[in-house]
Design a binder for this molecule. Sequence first.
Ligand SMILES: [Zn+2]
Length: 413
Amino acid sequence: MTQFYEKVRDRLIRYAKVDTQSRNGVSERPTTAKQFDLARMLKAELEEIGVSEVWLDEKYCVVYGKIPANTEGEHKALGLVAHMDTAPDASGTDVKPWVLENYQGQDIVLNKEKNIVMAVADFPNLKNYIGQDLVLTDGTTLLGGDDKASISAIMTMAEYLCANPDIPHGDVCLAFTPDEEVGGLARDLDLQRFGSPTAYTLDGDYLGYYEDETFNASAAKVTITGRSVHTGTAKGIMINSVDIGAEFMNMLPAFEKPQYTDGREGFYHVTSFNGSCEHTEIQLIIRDHSAVEFAHREAYLQKVTDELNRKFGNVVTLEINETYRSMKEVVDQVPYLVERLVRAISDCGVEPHDLAFRGGTDGSALSHRGLPCPNLSAGYENAHGRFEYVPIQSMEKNVEILLRLVQIYAEED
Ligand SMILES: [Zn+2]
């Protein structure tokens, strides 16, 4: 047990109790006002710790803080970003976190009254945490360790740094953002105010994992216009747009779908199909890690559209909109970012794992806005659901990794 153990444990429990659930499908920014509750708490805490330039954006609900460099010479700033909201997939109201110490590999009764049990058979990763201490839910809400485990680690690192001014460091810039879980993509993070030219997001499951690559992602809408006439006299006249829609679907590669792919394999995924003889609309998403393959996928949709138009006479239109792009091409331009992160992880006795993330992070969008931003995992498990838990030892380790990162940034130019 390190001196950080109680700090990270108590912080996670305190933050988890604040309901910060974000909402899908609303245009307000932030999507829920209650995210300000945690934002205000963090602002006050940063001030108390002694972080300077603490600022809460009262409009967009972003918290900023900076620990200014205390060394001579030029060192690159270290930027850290984590999100405050929790996923809409499970309730975040009235979260009752509790701690199971020295876990022994058994099924865990989360809620005796309601007979809610987390079984090892269903969640085999539990076996990885034998002997550790777990922060758990009461089985009726999520925990919000995604991403409050990261906030706890960052705050604890900041507190330690402020309390020990003899530790040399460059600028350390912090930001806590809203709405990650509903595709906010940290769009309201003011890069000027943030003050660091690069950053790391902290978000993700397993300790020691990091991501410098995400999917490239687009959404496509296919619209097909048919020609409806009486079925009795339809011969040679009717154009049934449902049939053409089905033909479109059949031309998509059969096994390049989410249910048949993993690792670095990309896919097409039809999210909705609505049609009548007169009008059919297909919504789909395209994903690929490789920018080249991704471009091929977009081009392939266009080819299918063109072929069907040739066959049926300009009845199909295709509209493709970018969702996010992989951070890889941007992060690769700044090799020290990943190199230092990997060094910090392994210096702390944790094996670093590179993950080609099958999704997007706020860092994907931030990277393309000019803030190269790989991701470091927070160490939570079963995020977005009632069986979420966080090993306290993972948070402790992340504090050490962050402090080592601070040190590495202070040692290098
Ligand atoms: Zn998250």
